[in-house]
Design a binder for this molecule. Structure first.
Ligand code: NAD
Length: 441
């Protein structure tokens, strides 16, 4: 089977490499020339564990190529998959500009029967709009008589950055939203190397499954954060509460880590988009606005906790560990860590930051006055407090004796509770996490 994969971001590149590793002939297309040049040289342009090695093997086997020239590769495509970004507009609505631009280009060049697979996360109704645009562009290009041979299938992606390739190759399910069995079967065949339940459904249901899944996971996070806030009032430990409820199979243990809330390129935008979709359809999805509000408040609360303990931050040296929205990625989109670092800086703190992978991305958004330290210990050197904002495992591996000696004042504020079990008091640290017992805030 021949696949043209449009968009080589976290999803598109992983999908392209994943299918190539399963023996599909893949042409990856992107408008970003610099990115395509790097990919062509065998470099993955972002941090994603394991992707570089798999890409190299796929390149060596001749199953994958990278190009900016869609017209040149679309001729042989059985399936054209699209994974361009759908970022939020100011209103919360998904911005479909890139997706529709791709639909227009695909239609301008398609001259044979093909299935178009939309992997981007898109509001209900978008796949049909993509099909319509492709057909209009084909008609304008003189291929009007072929438009009935073009089908669109919604195949939303559920991979997580940090474990993207593994998630792609071993998903919990493959959702296939199609109008007819022919299209559904072609997409099923494309995925034949992937052993996972198929959810074959309508296009609209497939589009909805993706938003519902992310909104549900975000709800779990906001729920446990509310429990954490209450735990501080009543003197409970949210980690034990999460463990206690998570063992109940009806609840499940995942996404019950209290902290400074969710971020990243998906949850914030998808929850907002679902809220916006609800409103546009005359429905008030009450739960979603609370999920968003709790998430925003969680950052605010944590920031206030720092101020409550330290007083004015003006001229105080604060170390920040972690800027990526979670560990194992360099992605800082909607990162709670970036948000809190910016608040600390705006309050007059002298900031020294460190993240194992996200430094380059963070340099683009943080002030020039922020110090980018080469190691975690360097960031903490001379600090009045250390603020941990991403749960990188390596933060647990530092010598806490060395850390204590490097810092002026032994304060640690842990926005992810990732050092909570390390008995930091024995080194003389004062420690605050989220929801770890009585706290007046
Ligand atoms: N990142 C995730 O973890 C994740 C997980 C599941 C679903 N999704 C969804 O998948 C989609 C893609 O997300 P991402 O994080 O991979 O995005 P991304 O921003 O990392 O990558 C998008 C890519 O599309 C390219 N592009 C834009 N316009 C183009 C065009 N006209 N032709 C060719 N290429 C073009 C960009 O240059 C970029 O390389 C989004 O809808 C997102 O919501 C993302």
């Amino acid at each position: 089977m021949n696949l043209v994969m449009i968009g080589t971001g976290y999803v598109g590149l992983t999908t392209g490499v994943g299918f190539a590793s399963l023996g599909v002939a893949v042409a990856c297309v992107d408008v970003d020339e610099a990115k395509i040049a790097r990919l062509d040289r065998g470099e993955v342009p972002f941090f994603e564990p394991g992707l570089g090695e798999a890409m190299k093997s796929a390149q060596e086997s001749g199953n994958i190529l990278f190009t900016t020239d869609l017209k040149n590769v679309i001729g042989g495509a059985d399936v054209v998959a699209i994974a361009v970004g759908t970022p939020p507009k100011i209103t919360g609505e998904a911005d479909l500009t890139a997706l529709f631009a791709v639909a227009d280009q695909v239609g301008a060049y398609l001259d044979h029967e093909a299935v178009i697979v939309v992997k981007s996360t898109v509001p209900v109704g978008t796949n049909r709009r993509v099909l319509e645009r492709v057909r209009v562009a084909m008609t304008n290009a003189g291929q009007g008589e072929l438009t009935s041979l073009i089908r669109v299938v919604s195949v939303p992606e559920f991979l997580r950055e940090g474990t993207a390739l593994q998630d792609f190759l071993h998903p919990d399910r493959v959702v296939i939203g199609a109008d007819d069995e022919v299209a559904s079967r072609i997409v099923d065949r494309l995925h034949e190397g992937i052993v996972a339940p198929r959810v074959c459904t309508t296009i609209e249901s497939a589009e909805m499954i993706k938003y519902a899944a992310n909104a549900f996971l975000a709800t779990k996070i906001s729920f446990i954060n509310e429990i954490a806030n209450l735990a501080e009032r009543v003197g409970a430990d949210v980690r034990d509460v999460a463990h206690g409820i998570g063992l109940d199979k009806r609840i499940g243990k995942h996404f019950l880590q209290a902290g400074i809330g969710y971020g990243g390129s998906c949850f914030p935008k998808d929850v907002s988009a679902l809220e916006q979709i609800s409103g546009a359809n005359g429905y008030t999805f009450k739960l979603l606005s609370a999920v968003i509000e709790v998430n925003n408040r969680q950052r605010e609360r944590f920031f206030k906790k720092i101020i409550q303990e330290l007083g004015s931050l003006k001229g105080r040296r604060i170390a920040v560990w972690g800027l990526a929205f979670k560990d194992q990625t360099d992605d800082i989109r909607e990162s709670a860590g970036i948000d809190i670092a910016q608040r600390l800086h705006a309050s007059g703190a002298d900031l020294a930051v460190y993240d194992p992978q996200a430094m380059d991305n963070a340099r683009r958004v943080l002030s020039d006055h922020v110090e980018f330290a080469p190691t975690a210990i360097d960031a903490a050197s001379g600090a009045d407090a250390l603020v941990v904002l991403t749960q990188w495992p390596e933060f647990r591996e530092v010598s806490f004796q060395t850390l204590r000696e490097a810092m002026v004042d032994p304060w640690i504020f842990d926005g992810r509770n990732c050092l909570a079990d390390l008995d930091l008091a024995k080194y003389g640290f004062k420690y605050q996490g989220v929801g770890l017992g009585k706290y007046e805030c």
